[in-house]
Unconditional design. Structure first.
Length: 94
């Protein structure tokens, strides 16, 4: 059985939370322009900052939506805290 991205089962990992529509727009903007971005995101409670070229808006692998970067970095969208200084404020959950 595959994992559902909104599962509350701890064995399946943290629940995926819908992200801000503004964040999705920014992601598409930077991926289309092909410009490097600075991203701050959380993993295991630690804030990590990276700078890389965003090459794909997202890939859904059954656990949520991800940003894919040129150097191979893969960041789950709901872990993003800032993208080029822009902080997502609300959910895009309709």
């Amino acid at each position: 059985m595959s994992k559902h991205p909104n599962s509350d089962n701890p064995a399946e990992g943290p629940r995926y939370l819908p992200v801000s529509c503004d964040l999705v727009d920014l992601i598409e903007h930077y991926a289309t322009l092909g410009t490097p971005v600075k991203i701050d995101y959380r993993v295991d409670g630690k804030l990590i900052t990276e700078q890389d070229l965003l090459i794909s808006t997202w890939v859904n692998d059954g656990e949520g939506e991800y940003l894919i970067f040129k150097e191979g970095l893969k960041v789950r969208m709901d872990h993003v805290k800032t993208l080029n200084g822009h902080s997502p404020e609300s959910s895009c959950n309709i």
